[in-house]
Design a protein around this ligand. Structure first.
Ligand SMILES: [Zn+2]
Ligand SMILES: [Zn+2]
Length: 406
């Protein structure tokens, strides 16, 4: 998608209520503070302490230590009713930050290069605002601060530890700051938003020998090369043309010298798709191709194939709730973007398997300010104006979902 809209020229903040606009400086402060102390999955101690300290300060009931570092804050409205959960992830990545900014990462080799520092700040400000406006809604809002989204995944253990129960969650929403969209836009759609993530590692076991005497060997490099090529036919020839899928071999290692035939080749890769029905098809084809090519050459193999995250699939009604709120908040010519699917994956998907919900993208790129590097890039940064937009959208979702029926 190519956007020609210059975000800074067209973003209107007048739909953000003054009280939330006044939280912008806090949002920036919290986000930058978290940005300086990035922590990897399940190691979010400083982050969790910071969240806890704020929740205590604001006297918001909360539970800590869920899935190690996860926290859930509970904000009750004026009377019993439905329960809406808001999910924010809080982990960073093993990347050395290349940005020269005052709030640069202080943890060597670690960086908030995906924007989860922003997600945490938005969720905190949302918790604060709602705690000050408990009379504006009925029912309960649960704010879930989740560890380890980047891996190995904190959503599943949080669910297993009962985060969606007591009180039972009726719907869940969450957002990702998104540098593939300009500031002032929201990407939301019903159905699949992000792909399933599967991984595989395979060792091709041949028979090594002299580079000049291939007849005495089973060349694992030749076998592996043919497997790499043959795997391309899964998407090209097995998956329905109207379904989207990816099979990527990201690593291929073999050999020690130019005149030695390698006895073992190792490769690894990732599989992505939206349609849950492809889970079996792609997995079966993966192994059939590896087995078939190995058999053809007299090699054997060891395959390890595992499923990381299912596809992130939005509920139609909750996606419509978010969309209807987002159109009120963003006023750019691009506005709400329904064509925002990505083959990236998310463990928000586990929450969405349990309860209806919607995950959406909040445009955060601003090329004019040099804030347009992709996620996971050592120069990733985003336009912090998006922070208060995120809070406004969350709060409006709460008001609409838990508001009084007139
Ligand atoms: Zn990420
Ligand atoms: Zn992320």
């Amino acid at each position: 998608m190519v956007f020609t809209v210059k975000a800074s020229q067209s973003v209107a903040l007048n739909q953000i209520r003054p009280e939330i606009r006044s939280l912008q400086s806090n949002l920036v402060e919290w986000r930058r503070r978290l940005h300086q102390k990035p922590e990897l999955g399940f190691q979010e101690q400083i982050t969790a302490e910071f969240i806890q300290q704020k929740l205590q300060e604001w006297q918001i009931p909360h539970q800590t230590g869920i899935a190690q570092t996860g926290i859930v804050a509970t904000i009750a409205g004026k009377s019993p009713g439905k329960v809406l959960a808001i999910r924010a992830d809080m982990d960073a990545l093993p990347i050395e930050e290349a940005n020269e900014v005052p709030y640069r990462s202080q943890h060597e080799g670690k960086m908030h290069a995906c924007g989860h520092d922003g997600h945490t700040a938005i969720a905190l400000a949302t918790a604060y605002y709602l705690s000050q406006h408990q009379n504006d809604f009925s029912g309960t809002v649960k704010i879930i601060f989740q560890p380890a989204e980047e891996g190995p995944g904190g959503a599943k253990p949080m669910i297993e530890e009962g985060v969606l129960q007591n009180p039972n969650v009726d719907a869940i929403i969450g957002l990702h700051l998104w540098n593939n969209l300009p500031l002032g836009t929201v990407g939301v759609r019903a159905g699949a938003l992000m792909a399933a993530v599967e991984c595989f590692r395979v060792s091709i076991l041949g028979k090594g020998g002299h580079g000049a005497m291939p007849d005495q060997t089973v060349d694992s490099i030749v076998v592996a090369s043919q497997i790499v090529n043959a795997l391309q036919t899964i998407v090209a020839r097995n998956v329905k043309p109207l379904d989207s899928a990816v099979v990527t071999v990201g690593e291929l290692h073999a050999g020690t010298a130019l005149n030695v035939i390698a006895d073992t080749a190792r490769m690894s890769g990732t599989i992505r798709y939206f349609n849950p029905e492809l889970e079996t098809l792609i997995g079966n084809r993966l192994e059939a191709i590896i087995a078939g090519v190995c058999q053809m050459h007299g090699a054997t193999y060891e395959l390890n194939h595992w499923r990381l995250y299912p596809p992130t699939i939005n509920d139609k009604a909750i996606a419509e709730l978010v969309r209807s709120v987002a159109v009120e908040v963003v006023e750019t010519p691009v506005g709400v973007v329904p064509e925002c699917q990505t083959m990236g994956g998310e463990d928000m998907s586990f929450f969405l398997q349990q309860v209806p919900g919607c995950y959406f993208f909040l445009g955060s790129a601003n090329p004019e300010k040099g804030l347009a590097y992709p996620h996971h890039h050592p120069r990733f940064d985003f336009d912090e104006t998006a922070l208060s937009m995120g809070v406004e959208i969350f709060v409006r979702c709460v008001e609409k979902f838990l508001g009084d029926v007139v």
